[in-house]
Design a protein around this ligand. Structure first.
Ligand SMILES: [Zn+2]
Length: 352
């Protein structure tokens, strides 16, 4: 996950990247804040940034509102994006299910990766418990998990300069294990960062709080000031998705020509905003968000559109749009790129 894929939180991201670029990265940080504010996405993007081999540093704030980001294409970034980097470790509340005698986070790693991908790293504890079939029992980050963390710390890093250990929902530490973890948090091991995530500081032992740098993650509450470009892009996105759903190739061709005539930068902006809308669609699909980050007009359309974007086409859909942006950046013919993309998206929208 690159920072540009995190929803909102631009100010905080600019602080995190500045801190990382200055080399002042605390070894244990606690991302603390309300549900639905992208804490997990931030932690993953941060880990990816710390290890990127080709960090992008911008002269001024980019169109995505950033001053720096990971490249998204180096070997480290690719492994992070697939959640398959050998130096990226996740721990989260779990419990035994079915015929298991004991459990730890590693037993649920496939479910975990699937949830992050499908839900854009934004899901509640209950959604997680449902996904792994916990029913009514509670999950904990348990003794086996802490033993595994200690084991991981004894290994040399496989390839990353910074080993990233993400602990999600640290409120759910099994109570008698926190002393063991405290030792780990107290004695930093070189080349390792702990990124802890929590919603409620009252439920975390003070001893853990005092050993972490607390990063308060605010609610996503972007002010919606829509420019003429935003309105133009929204109206055209609506038209575009309609013609893709109808598979109206004549209209797609006309549309592609019109979009080419916008010029490269404005076409890129259109496609980047299209990506945002797709991400919001996913958020709308899965959450009753209590914060507003789209205008009511956009929300109405995206809510109607949301059934067409789902786990079977989301990843490909985003990848195709990103590929088109890549080609346009490299001066490919906008008309052809947009027409080709329209056909591909049209096929993906038909997928069940
Ligand atoms: Zn990279």
């Amino acid at each position: 996950m690159q920072f540009k894929n995190v929803i909102g939180q631009r100010e905080l991201i600019r602080k995190l990247t500045a801190m990382a670029l200055s080399g002042r990265v605390p070894h244990a940080q606690l991302f603390l804040g309300h549900k639905g504010n992208q804490k997990l996405a931030l932690a993953i993007a941060y880990g990816q940034f710390l290890n990127c081999k080709n960090r992008q540093i911008f002269q001024e704030v980019s169109a995505d509102g950033l001053l720096a980001d990971s490249c998204g294409t180096c070997t480290s970034c690719i492994k992070f994006q697939n959640l398959a980097h050998p130096d990226l470790h996740f721990f989260f509340p779990n419990n035994k299910t079915g015929s298991m005698k004991e459990s730890d986070s590693s037993d649920y790693m496939d479910d975990w990766r699937k949830m992050i991908t499908e839900y854009h790293a934004e899901f509640s504890l209950n959604q997680w418990y449902d996904a792994i079939g916990l029913g009514n029992s509670q999950g904990y980050i348990n003794k086996r998990d802490v033993d595994n963390i200690i084991k991981i710390l004894t290994y040399k890093n496989f390839e990353a300069p910074t080993k990233v250990i993400i602990l999600w929902m640290v409120e759910k530490f099994y109570s008698d294990i926190s002393t063991k973890l405290l030792k780990v948090l107290e004695e930093p091991s070189e080349g390792t960062v702990f990124l802890l995530i929590a919603e409620n500081s009252n439920q975390i032992p003070a001893t853990i709080l005092s050993r972490t740098q607390i990063i308060r993650v605010p609610k996503i509450n972007e002010v919606i000031t829509r420019t003429d470009d935003d309105n133009f892009n929204h109206d055209n996105f609506v038209d575009w998705m309609r013609m893709c759903l109808k598979v109206d190739t004549a209209q797609m061709n006309e549309f592609s020509k019109k979009m080419k005539d916008l010029g490269r930068e404005r076409l890129k902006l259109f496609l980047n905003q299209a990506l945002d809308k797709i991400r919001w669609t996913v958020m709308i699909n899965y959450h009753n968000l209590d914060h507003v980050f789209v205008s009511s007009e956009e929300q109405t359309f995206l809510t109607k559109f949301s059934p067409y974007i789902h786990s079977n086409n989301l990843v490909k859909f985003v990848a195709e749009v990103e590929k088109a942006i890549y080609h346009i950046e490299r001066n490919a013919n906008g008309h052809l790129v947009m027409f080709d993309l329209s056909i591909k998206l049209s096929g993906l929208l038909k997928k069940q």
